[in-house]
Design a protein around this ligand. Structure first.
Ligand SMILES: Cc1ncc(COP(=O)(O)OP(=O)(O)O)c(N)n1
Ligand SMILES: Cc1ncsc1CCOP(=O)(O)O
Ligand SMILES: [Mg+2]
Length: 490
């Protein structure tokens, strides 16, 4: 008997939009597009089209509660997306419901429709403040964030202050959208703020004529990605790309602006944001290139002895990962390694020790996520040293992408004995490798050996980094030749 596959569901509290450009129709379309079951609590029925909103008729409280109870008891949504609430009583009811039902609660506070209707009154805002402590994420645009905080927002600093203030009012995390409005800039900039991560998401601004429903689609897509197991930061990065992709292919259907397209899981790297802690981020010039699309077999070793053996065995990309030396012993070892790398015309990357690598003019450095916050990235780039960056998630590789590195590493693909490492699995590798290879050489690392390398290469990744598959093999030469051969045959 085949196994029954049960989809997760997300419940949307939104208004019906008769034109289906935004509102409940856009929410359900987004969820369906991302293979999540969307269920609904209709908060109002609006009569609107691409040009104007003619009527908004609120659902009564009894209907709201009955719709929710029927959905909650049976479908047990893992996330709830709150869109248009038609009056302050509805907001208060939502605060009670969200306080009683454990799910990820995401609200896109619709205070004004893009067709001009205003839902923004003092008692509505006061009621919304009761809802804030129940929310895991709120996604206001700049005017909405200003209305909710009572503070004008005219600069990047104001955006950050507003996000902090909303968080102090009890929201788990805040995404403030539409930073381009601040400087009339050419980049689209959103700001994400949570207790453990704060970052800007930016990309060149699209002048898209068909842009209706972006707020609804963004919040629903975040809910969808979270219900599929993504972290909040990863879901926000994915939803940003989903909306950029949708804007690129938005379509006209009435007389006015049309909706964004629901185009499936975002697959073009150019739709993903550059993620940076800097508000005024501009894409830097790229790091020096590795002069190849594929780094091939990439052993990671910890001594000069291994370096000599593997260079002699014909390996052309290699990393020196030394964790147990310091002072003069470390700099002498790195110096010797860099000379050997030059002699063999190999791509030798130095792990961690970026200052010495800079001083000794290494071919390249490999840095982890923790290191890229503290390393002098601009000095490395200016010195022409190549940069490789470790990544384990959409947020992390979007952060690496903002640096324009020479390559990106994805892993750990499988569990590894070499170090405690987050496992990404083959599924993520299959999704991320083709996407990142649109611009960067990509290498996969973690638990890879002769018995599973074929499955790894089937993801499309063209380089594989290994430690123990070589260093703990009975015969390192044979193991290296076998891995090289398996890569050549893929
Ligand atoms: C090719 C490659 N990918 C990932 C890593 C891991 O680097 P990092 O995150 O800096 O962790 P440590 O190696 O320092 O433990 C790597 N070294 N090489
Ligand atoms: C350094 C590193 N970074 C992520 S996994 C890993 C170790 C890979 O070692 P092995 O190839 O033996 O699993
Ligand atoms: Mg490191």
């Amino acid at each position: 008997m085949s196994k029954v596959f049960r989809r997760v569901s997300v419940c949307c509290f939104s208004a019906s939009d008769s034109s289906a450009h935004a509102g409940m129709q856009a929410d359900l379309r987004t969820l369906s597009d991302l293979a999540v079951h969307g269920c609904s609590v209709v908060t109002a029925i609006t009569a609107q089209n691409s040009q104007r909103l003619l009527q908004c008729s609120a659902s009564d409280q009894a209907s709201l509660i009955a719709q929710w109870q029927s959905v909650a008891q049976d479908l047990k949504p893992v996330a709830c997306k709150v869109g248009l609430l038609a009056n302050s009583d509805q907001v208060k009811t939502l605060a009670t419901i969200a306080g009683q039902y454990s799910a990820v609660w995401i609200a896109d506070p619709v205070l004004q429709s893009s067709t001009g209707h205003n839902f923004h009154s003092p008692d509505f805002i006061a009621a919304y403040k009761q809802l804030l402590p129940q929310l895991d994420l709120i996604t206001p645009n700049i005017p909405e964030a200003a209305a909710l905080t009572g503070q004008p927002i005219n600069s990047a600093e104001d955006v950050i202050c507003a996000a902090k203030q909303l968080q102090r009012q009890g929201v788990g995390a805040v995404l403030i959208k539409g930073g381009h409005a601040i400087g009339g800039g050419t980049r689209s900039q959103d700001y994400f703020y949570s207790p453990d991560k704060q970052f800007w998401l930016s990309s060149p601004r699209q002048a898209a004529a068909n842009n209706r429903g972006t707020g609804c689609v963004m919040a629903s897509a975040i809910a969808a990605f979270i219900s599929l197991g993504k972290s909040m930061a990863d879901a926000v990065v994915l939803a940003y790309a989903y909306v950029q992709q949708g804007l690129r292919a938005g379509y006209a259907v009435g007389q006015g602006a049309g909706p964004v397209l629901n185009g499936g899981w975002p697959k073009a790297l150019s739709d993903y944001p550059e993620v940076s802690e800097q508000a005024d981020y501009v894409s830097p010039s790229p790091f020096a290139s590795c002069d190849t699309d594929s780094l091939g077999l990439y052993p990671v070793i910890d001594s000069i002895d291994w370096l000599k053996k593997l260079l002699a065995a014909g390996v052309s990309t290699i990393q020196l990962r030394i964790k147990n030396l310091q002072g003069q012993a470390l700099s002498e070892t790195l110096n010797l390694a860099i000379q050997l790398g030059r002699e063999y015309k190999a791509r030798l990357f130095i792990n961690d020790h970026w200052q010495l690598a800079l001083q000794l003019k290494a071919y390249g450095v490999h840095l982890g996520q923790e290191d890229i916050g503290s390393a002098d990235i601009n000095a490395l780039r200016a010195a022409g040293i190549r940069l490789g960056v470790s990544t384990h998630s959409e947020y992390e590789w979007a952060r690496a992408h903002a640096l324009r590195p020479s390559y990106i590493a994805l892993g750990a693909v499988f569990a590894t004995q070499t170090k405690p490492a987050q496992v990404i699995g083959l599924d993520n590798l299959q999704c991320w490798a083709p996407l990142l290879q649109q611009r960067y050489p990509v290498t996969a690392i973690g638990g890879i050996n002769a018995s599973n390398i074929a499955a790894v290469l089937a993801s499309g990744v063209r380089s594989v980094a290994v430690v123990t598959a070589i260093t703990q093999a009975a015969c390192y030469r044979q193991a290296t030749q076998q891995l090289l051969q398996q890569m050549a045959q893929a």
